[in-house]
Design a binder for this molecule. Structure first.
Ligand SMILES: [Zn+2]
Length: 437
């Protein structure tokens, strides 16, 4: 079943949708209707008597909004599970080589296809990703995402120091390349401009299939260690000029923090490096933020920057505990990311499990609704796309995850039912998923 095939649809099913950090609604026997563009026009409880003609009966499923992943690295899909529990040595031993390989265009196409096939099968319709440092393979990421009908926010990784020489191009030509990528793909809508940007020989029907998908550009300085002050400053200027996203890493491990400040001695803290380069703001996504001072959290809050929590990666690399209670107290917008390849899966339910386990290992209890909220509406807010995606509501896009799950007690209501369903999705693998968009 497809939703945007130029015709409206009407389905009856049971729905799970986030309402707030601590509340997930379970709405059984509801009717959802879309217009021909896949936008939800009706969503309400089914009356006892209604005209069933043209209504698709999906009551054996539970339908969730599609999941969102706000931090992953496409080339690193090939490095999942390379055990090395220390960020800097893991990068040196396993990661720079796979990113180097990604610069081969044919290889990049294969890897991008694999990545988005896996993302779709994990129920993810929107993903924020890092490419390698090169420009041409990054075009392949955008093309592949559109082909697989996954909304993408991505950029080539910017680096000009402290990484193998083979990964550093000419800084000026890399920035020019990033600018070209941004001009081509930022806020790109295939519907708006099929001819100009997406003419790579696809036939008309394939182009039509892709008609609702869109893409956004993120300027992507890897982290402060691998970027000079000049590169960070130029990046900030370009992101402002194009009103694009910025994504980078912050305060992931103690050794990384030391090294970052050593490379940028004008700053007292890691966060101050980005602040002084003017990189922080509402469209800046900061991955990790494990080891923060209160002063740094205040800067993040004041600049309305977003934090992307990547628990599976933090457990894999032994980076430390995410201080969720403190960050929530600061009222900073938080999202959830897989961080593949330090994260071991693109399945966001597995990432939710890691989030809960990380806190439980430190005797901290986190409400089971919170990780689900972060991977749906929370991540939509991180991207400023909460009016379009992240929950099932009239006016949003119908990007639906059909879940086949056994042993659900449909007699349970509301909170009880949603907790029962979420705990099965997060702690077991005894269910099927199909992304419909
Ligand atoms: Zn990362």
């Amino acid at each position: 079943m497809k939703i945007d095939s130029n015709k409206s649809i009407r389905i009856i099913s049971n729905f799970l949708t986030p309402e707030s950090y601590n509340k997930t609604a379970f709405l059984d026997n509801h009717i959802l209707e879309t217009d021909e563009n896949g936008k939800i026009t009706e969503f309400h409880s089914a009356p006892r008597l209604f005209d069933r003609s043209g209504t698709i009966d999906l009551r054996k499923f539970i339908i969730s909004p599609a999941l969102i992943d706000t931090h992953a690295h496409v080339p690193q899909i090939e490095a999942i599970g390379k055990h090395e529990p220390n960020l800097l040595s893991w990068l040196n031993k396993h990661i720079y080589t796979v990113e180097q390989s990604f610069n081969d265009l044919n290889y990049a196409k294969q890897i991008a296809d694999k990545f988005f096939t896996l993302a779709r099968s994990a129920g993810t319709s929107t993903i924020v990703a890092y490419s390698s440092g090169d420009i041409n393979p990054t075009h392949e990421i955008f093309k592949s995402a559109l082909k697989h009908r996954v909304r993408i926010v991505a950029g080539n990784v910017l680096m000009d120091q402290n990484v193998p020489q083979s990964l550093i191009g000419n800084p000026m030509s890399i920035l020019t390349g990033s600018m070209e990528l941004c001009e081509q793909w930022n806020k790109y809508s295939n519907k708006a401009d099929t001819e100009k940007d997406y003419n790579d020989g696809r036939n008309e029907s394939t182009q039509k299939q892709n008609s609702i998908k869109d893409s956004y550009y993120a300027f992507t300085p890897r982290f402060a260690i691998s970027c000079s002050e000049g590169l960070l400053q130029e990046t900030a200027k370009l992101a402002k000029k194009y009103d694009a996203y910025i994504q980078t890493h912050l305060n992931e491990s103690q050794l990384e923090i030391k090294d970052a400040i050593k490379n940028h001695p004008y700053a007292k803290t890691y966060t101050e490096i980005y602040q002084k380069s003017d990189l922080l703001g509402p469209k800046t996504l900061l991955a990790h933020c494990i080891h923060n001072t209160d002063e740094e959290l205040q800067i993040i809050k004041d600049t309305e920057s977003k934090i992307v929590h990547c628990p599976d990666s933090n457990l894999f690399l032994g980076s430390g505990r995410f201080q969720i209670e403190k960050i929530m107290d600061f009222d900073i917008t938080i999202g959830l990311g897989s961080d593949v390849g330090a994260g071991t899966s693109l399945n966001m339910f597995r990432i939710m499990r890691s989030m809960l386990y990380m806190q439980l290992a430190h005797q901290k209890k986190v409400d089971i609704n919170i990780p689900y909220y972060l991977a749906t509406l929370g991540n939509a807010k991180v991207l400023g796309l909460q009016d379009m995606i992240g929950s099932i509501e009239v006016g949003k896009q119908a990007e639906l995850l059909l879940i086949g799950i056994k042993n659900i007690d449909f007699g349970l209501k509301n909170n009880e039912a949603s907790k029962d369903i979420l705990s099965k999705l997060i702690f077991t693998e005894d269910y099927s998923m199909q992304l419909v968009n």
